[in-house]
Design a protein around this ligand. Structure first.
Ligand code: GLU
Length: 469
């Protein structure tokens, strides 16, 4: 297999959008699958709308998703001299020409065409000016596009797409201020960077025939193209902020794991049997761009949440604890000051769907002076509860190995001795230890908090019930 070269070419005019991330992911996967090269190119020719902040946000999003690149980032703004050389090349070979038509003239021609029911298209006034006619008026450079024939390509996702050349304008490749235009620089970059397959959003389909004609004029081989359908919101309109967060980093801040987002995005438009869970290694093995569906995917936040819950449940607790720290800090909790966060995480993995939920669930471990949930208090705490708490304290204090099994045996012993059901001991204990009854397993909680803290909390709750009367 010849060496494949792919690229992701975002315009830095905002954060990394989930749609862009999916395009990046497809490129990355194909490069990794075929042991090719993945290039990152920042398309910042639009100097007014491009910002360093956006560049940083895009790089941060790529890094967070684990989409590492082999070459770049290349910046189009560094390559203006390259583009100039190619414009000159096309001028010298007669494949491009200077056009002196003013904006007003072009506008008048446009209006006339529209009035007569013709497609507004450059009429070629300057196409055949003799070289001697050049003067010092401002000019743009236009590509001399073929006016007959058909330009077609076999899109790896959409199938055969063809355009009649007579529909295509003589594209402006250099503006009157000397800056090159978008469709031109994309071709120069993809050609000179040796890109073999262009995977991009299908909002670029209409650019492709113009770009193909430029490759041909420059004598470069035309890459393969795969235009990825866009992502829609639940109402079938293009995914936007109205549907919720669209920025990759917003998902990190909402407590999502990158592997969940990667898994979610790849399934949006691609499937492999009825499999839902894919590690990156699985994807590298199984992903195939030709299997990406032709229709747009609908963004489903519930499914993303489900995947995230899966990755939290099955994730490595040490890693999760590191990822959890900033979320704990946001709650004002220094996780270095209480029970071991890794052990805490292990008790929460089963239920937390996001790191935000996990942090909420972890707070009680680090704050002893919480308020007890009123409903739980009314339902489970009675005048007899303090003596139950004190019995627990007495038995737990003398427990040699304060672990899950040891604690369980104490609970079971008390149930037997007092003729109680497990819930009648466990629920009051949960309230004492965690503040309410929606909490992880009580034996685990006690084991994580340790003997001393457990007994302190039981005593505090006993005093609370006595005071309440
Ligand atoms: N810079 C373009 C964009 O962000 C991508 C162009 C391309 O992939 O060819 O939409």
């Amino acid at each position: 297999m010849s060496h494949v070269r792919l690229r992701f070419a975002p315009s830095p005019t905002g954060y990394l959008h989930v749609g862009g991330a999916r395009t990046a992911l497809f490129n990355w996967l194909l490069a990794r699958k075929q042991k090719g090269t993945f290039i990152l190119r920042i398309e910042d020719t639009d100097v007014v709308r491009s910002t360093q902040e956006s560049v940083d946000a895009i790089l941060q999003g790529m890094e967070w998703l684990g989409l590492d690149w082999d070459e770049g980032p290349f910046y189009q703004s560094d390559r203006f001299t390259v583009y100039k050389e190619f414009v000159q090349k096309l001028l010298d070979s007669g494949k491009a020409y200077k056009c002196y038509c003013s904006a007003e003239e072009l506008e008048a021609k446009r209006e006339a065409a529209l009035k007569e029911g013709r497609k507004p298209k450059y009429d070629g006034t300057c196409r055949n000016l003799s070289a001697g006619a050049a003067d010092d008026r401002p000019y743009v450079v236009r590509f001399r596009a073929p006016q007959e024939g058909v330009t077609a390509f076999d899109d790896l996702i959409k199938g055969r797409i063809s355009f009649n050349n007579d529909e295509l304008d003589d594209l402006i490749i250099q503006r009157s201020d000397g800056t090159p235009t978008y469709n031109f620089v994309v071709v120069i970059d993809d050609a000179t960077m040796g890109i073999t397959t262009v995977i991009r959003g299908d909002d670029h389909v209409n650019n492709t025939p113009r770009q193909i004609l430029l490759y041909e004029a420059l004598g470069y081989s035309v890459p393969a193209f795969a235009h990825v359908p866009m992502i829609l919101g639940a109402d079938k309109t293009r995914l936007s902020k109205r549907h919720g967060a669209t920025s990759v980093m917003a998902y990190r801040d909402m407590g999502f794991l990158p592997e969940a987002l990667v898994n979610y995005l790849v399934r949006l438009g691609w499937s492999h049997g009825d499999e839902e869970i894919f590690s990156k290694e699985d994807l590298i093995e199984k992903f195939n761009i030709e299997q990406v569906g032709r229709s747009a995917g609908v963004f489903n936040p519930d499914k993303l949440l489900w995947l995230n819950a899966h990755y939290i449940k099955t994730g490595d607790a040490v890693r999760l604890s590191e990822l959890l720290k900033p979320f704990m800090a946001e709650k004002g909790i220094d996780a270095g000051t209480g029970p071991d966060l890794v052990q805490v995480v292990k008790t929460l993995q089963e239920r937390a769907r996001t790191l935000v939920e996990m942090a909420e669930g972890a707070v009680f471990y680090y704050q002893r002076d919480f308020a007890y949930e009123e409903k739980a208090v009314d339902k489970f705490l009675t005048a007899d509860t303090p003596s139950l708490y004190r019995l627990l304290i007495e038995k737990l204090s003398s427990l040699a190995s304060f672990d899950h099994d040891g604690i369980e045996s104490i609970f079971k012993g008390i149930c037997e001795e007092k003729g109680l059901k497990l819930g009648q001991v466990a629920q009051p204990a949960r309230i004492a230890l965690c503040g309410g009854t929606a909490a992880p397993g009580i034996y685990e909680v006690m084991a994580v908090l340790g003997k001393e803290e457990t007994c302190l909390r039981l005593e505090r709750a006993a005093a609370f019930v006595e005071k309440k009367g």
